[in-house]
Design a protein around this ligand. Structure first.
Ligand code: SF4
Ligand code: SF4
Length: 89
């Protein structure tokens, strides 16, 4: 999910995600913008997604990131993204 207006992105490492067997991110998101979708990953789990048209309501609070037992969903601010790009060799 790309939130250009707020200058951050929400990333999901799909194949590490426990999906519908977990769904902690869906439960802890205070704005309720996440849902379990219909895409299966390599763990044969249905992974979460941002509800259609709701990306603008993400506050980058990072509750999904801190709650995720697999560390596979995270928010990257524009500045952090630049640093990550620089760190790539
Ligand atoms: S950063 Fe916060 S508002 Fe955005 S998806 Fe994660 S829990 Fe929800
Ligand atoms: S909390 Fe993490 S592992 Fe669980 S469904 Fe969300 S992104 Fe996937």
């Amino acid at each position: 999910m790309d939130n250009k207006e707020k200058k951050f992105k929400l990333f999901l490492n799909k194949n590490r995600c426990g999906g519908d067997q977990c769904a902690i991110c869906v439960s802890v998101c205070p704005t309720g913008i996440l849902e379990i979708g219909d895409e299966l990953n390599m763990r044969v789990a249905y992974i979460p997604r941002v509800k259609e048209g709701k990306a603008k309501y993400c506050t980058s609070c990072r509750r999904c990131e801190f709650g995720c037992p697999e560390w596979c969903i995270y928010v990257l601010e524009e500045e952090e993204e630049k640093l990550a790009e620089k760190a790539k060799i």
